[in-house]
Design a protein around this ligand. Sequence first.
Ligand code: SF4
Ligand code: SF4
Length: 107
Amino acid sequence: MALLNPDLADQVRQATPWSSSGHEFNASACMNCGVCGAVCPMGIELLPRKLFRYVLLGMEDQVKENTETIYSCLLCKMCEVNCPAGVHIAENVRSLRHFINRQVFRL
Ligand code: SF4
Ligand code: SF4
C-alpha cells in the first residue's frame, strides 16, 4: 500500500519558481463539476478533478504515475477560463511539472 506524503502540496509549491510572486498551487476550490474536462481539446479529465486532489491528499505515487497526463496538457487554459471556481489549472499544471522535473527526472 502506498504511503501518503503530508508535505506534498508544500513540496509542489516550493518546486515552483514563481511561488514567491503570489501564485499558489490552488486546487481546493474545485467543485468537481467536470466543465474543465468537457472543454479540454485533449480530453483530459484527470487533471483538476483527480490529480490536483492527489496533491492535496499527499498521494505522491498516484501523481507520479500520471506524469504522461501532466505533460500532455497544452497549457491552453480553455479549462481555466471556463472554471466556475477560479482554479488556476494551467499554472497548477506547470507547478506539477516543476515538481516532477525535480523528483522524477532529477533536474
Ligand atoms: S471546471 Fe473548475 S471547479 Fe469544475 S472540475 Fe474543473 S477545476 Fe474543478
Ligand atoms: S490547459 Fe490543459 S487541461 Fe486545460 S483545456 Fe488546455 S490542454 Fe486541457
